[in-house]
Write a new protein. Structure first.
Lengths: 295, 274
């Protein structure tokens, strides 16, 4: 069903070549050049709004760069026709941030959706749905539940089962642990790792959860919001292994890794300085509240 | 200098607005082109078509009959007084039924459906856009326009004329109920005059217009849904725009179709006389 690879095994599966992305006057990505090797677990970190999700959507062809090229297995995605783009997309699995399950379909039909749409027979599709649901730890009555009846962690796992059902060569994970409790986050991290054990797979994980980074990364890239950079600074602040990340000297990288915003708050004092609080004596409701607290 | 700066600023704003409008029209045209290309190249999936047809058709029947019934009754109340003063009360039915079949039935039924179906479709698709479900369709190798827009377009184009026929029947029934049962008009003359005035051409035009109204409602609602902005306000705005734009489109289409169909009718009559 999926097309055969067209480049050599050593060539990057995904290649960004001087990619710029602008939405109107808002510049999101600038001069991004990087490659993702086959079998690599690349984790992209960075603050909210720095363009991490945009990178994922460029890889799957949901967005097109304003300038530069994004190549998937040697093919420039923006130059493919609809049919060829669809063929390439079937080689890519995408776990969306909110799982993006189809509200009108139950769990079974959600997972089977891509297979049915692409000509997989009903018997094989049913078998594969149950297998993928088992792999993500969902069995039994879950199949008939509607997405609205599922918890956040279950939705993510169903979304993962749906993405894996088409046996993709590369998995893209958009904030896979956001909004989940620590245990469920760990389950998802484990599933990200297990997805690679069944078949050789490349992964690109976008996250700002350092536990996920430490658990799954072979290579880490840190993006920085362009609004905080001057014209000459590169947007990729860090590109290296997890070990290198832990001892990176760049204070911006260090602050992100340690989750320490004090430097930022001191540097931008006016931005974070609170307005002087109004006297509680002037606001009856607040005065009552303060008396209640004292009591 | 100030005046010149003001003029330049105004011209720049006008240029930007014109550019945005042109871009929006181009986007809508391209969206329609893709939907119609899919319409004629690949059959929509049954599991996508049936729920949409059920929602647009079956679930609208009651409200559309109620709308038609009240249109007929209001027309009866309004027109009976005028006709009675002139001594032509038995002609009331012909005017009511002609108005219902040719204009008010199709236009008001379409307006009602633009509110009920158009807004709902736009809100549903906008929510799918915001929740990335439309992106998920693309990632699973399914064209969102083929899967989501084509079934809605087909359902609207085929079912809105059918619903209009229900509205027409209900309007005729509502008008006759008031005229015959309440005002006591002789039923024989009431129906006789209606039959004399309303021709098959009137019925044909009254059921042809909803085909175009249905197409306009479906395409506007789907386009607004697909181009929704993020968040709850984006979804609400898409639903509102779907209704407002559909309403304007219905009125504009009604005018141009009336002109075209009248002209076609005149030419057809001239040809027959030759």
């Amino acid at each position: 069903m999926a097309p055969e690879p067209t480049t050599t095994p050593d060539a990057p599966l995904v290649q960004f070549d001087h990619v710029n992305v602008e939405f109107g006057t808002h510049h999101v990505l600038r001069g991004i050049t990087l490659g993702v090797k086959r079998g690599q677990n690349l984790v992209v970190i960075g603050e909210s709004g720095c363009g991490k999700t945009v990178m994922l959507k460029l890889i799957v062809g949901l967005l097109r760069p304003t300038s530069g090229r994004v190549l998937f297995d040697g093919k420039v995605l923006a130059e493919l026709n609809d049919r060829e783009l669809t063929r390439q997309r079937l080689r890519i699995g995408f776990l969306f941030q909110g799982a993006a399950l189809f509200d009108s379909l139950n769990v079974f039909d959600n997972v089977a959706f891509g297979m049915r749409a692409n000509g997989v027979g009903e018997t094989e599709a049913s078998e594969r749905v149950r297998q993928r649901l088992r792999e993500v730890g969902l069995v039994g009555s879950v199949e008939t539940k509607m997405p609205a009846e599922l918890s956040g962690g279950m939705r993510k796992r169903v979304g993962l089962a749906r993405a894996l059902a088409l046996n993709p060569e590369i998995m893209l994970y958009d904030e896979p642990t956001t909004g989940l409790d620590p245990i469920m986050s760990d389950v998802i991290n484990e599933l990200v790792l297990r997805a690679r054990t069944r078949q050789p797979m490349t992964s690109v994980v976008v996250t700002h959860d350092m536990k996920t980074v430490r658990r799954v990364a072979d290579r880490v890239i840190m993006l920085y919001p362009l609004t905080r950079l001057n014209e000459t600074e590169p947007q990729v602040l860090f590109d290296g292994s997890l070990a290198d990340l832990e001892c990176c000297a760049d204070p911006r990288v260090k602050a992100f890794v340690e989750g320490d915003a004090r430097g930022r708050m001191e540097a931008n004092g006016d931005e974070f300085r609170a307005e002087p609080a109004a006297s509680t004596q002037e606001i009856p409701g607040l005065r009552d509240l303060s008396l209640f607290r004292q009591a | 200098m100030v005046a010149r700066a003001d003029i330049l600023s105004w011209l720049r704003a006008a240029g930007v607005a014109a550019g945005d409008s042109l871009q929006a029209m181009g986007d809508f045209t391209s969206f329609n082109g893709r939907a119609f290309a899919w319409l004629f190249t690949r059959r929509p999936q049954t599991q996508a078509l049936v729920p949409v047809a059920f929602s647009i058709g079956y679930q609208s029947v009651f409200v559309i009959i109620l709308t038609g019934f009240f249109i007929g009754m209001v027309l009866a109340v309004q027109s009976y007084q005028q006709f009675q003063k002139l001594g032509f009360s038995t002609w009331t039915g012909s005017v009511i039924n002609m108005s219902v079949v040719r204009e008010l039935g199709p236009v008001l039924a379409a307006t009602m459906l633009a509110g009920r179906i158009g807004s709902a479709m736009a809100a549903e698709l906008a929510t799918m856009r915001v929740n990335e479900q439309i992106d998920a369709l693309s990632c699973l190798g399914v064209d969102p326009i083929h899967y989501l827009v084509v079934p809605r377009l087909l359902a609207c184009v085929f079912l809105i004329p059918l619903l209009t026929a229900f509205a027409d029947v209900a309007g005729v029934a509502g008008g006759s109920l008031i005229c015959v049962q309440i005002y006591g008009i002789e039923p024989h003359y009431y129906w006789q005059h209606s039959r004399d005035l309303i021709k098959s051409w009137d019925l044909f035009t009254g059921l042809l217009k909803p085909v175009f109204f249905g197409g306009a409602i479906a395409m506007i609602a789907c386009h607004r849904g697909f181009r929704s902005r993020a968040g709850a306000s984006g979804v609400g705005r898409a639903a509102t725009e779907a209704f407002v734009f559909s309403f304007v489109a219905i009125l504009a289409l009604d005018f141009f179709l009336a002109l075209f169909l009248q002209s076609a009718h005149d030419r057809w009559n001239a040809l027959r006389l030759m």
